[in-house]
Design a protein around this ligand. Structure first.
Ligand SMILES: [Zn+2]
Length: 46
C-alpha cells in the first residue's frame, strides 16, 4: 500500500485509486486519493 501526506487530514494516509504519471520535469510520480477523506494526493516516485 502506498502512503502519502494528506493535506486535509494533516497526516500520512494510505492512498487509493493509484495512477502513475510523469511530471513536466520527467520525474515519475503517483497520484491517488486519501483512503479516509477522498482528498487528492500526489507522491513523487514510482
Ligand atoms: Zn485525508
Amino acid at each position: 500500500m502506498v502512503k502519502g501526506y494528506c493535506v486535509r487530514c494533516k497526516e500520512t494516509r494510505e492512498m487509493k485509486d493509484l495512477e502513475p504519471f510523469t511530471m513536466k520535469n520527467d520525474r515519475k510520480a503517483t497520484k491517488g486519493k486519501c483512503s479516509v477523506c477522498d482528498c487528492k494526493m500526489c507522491k513523487i516516485g514510482g
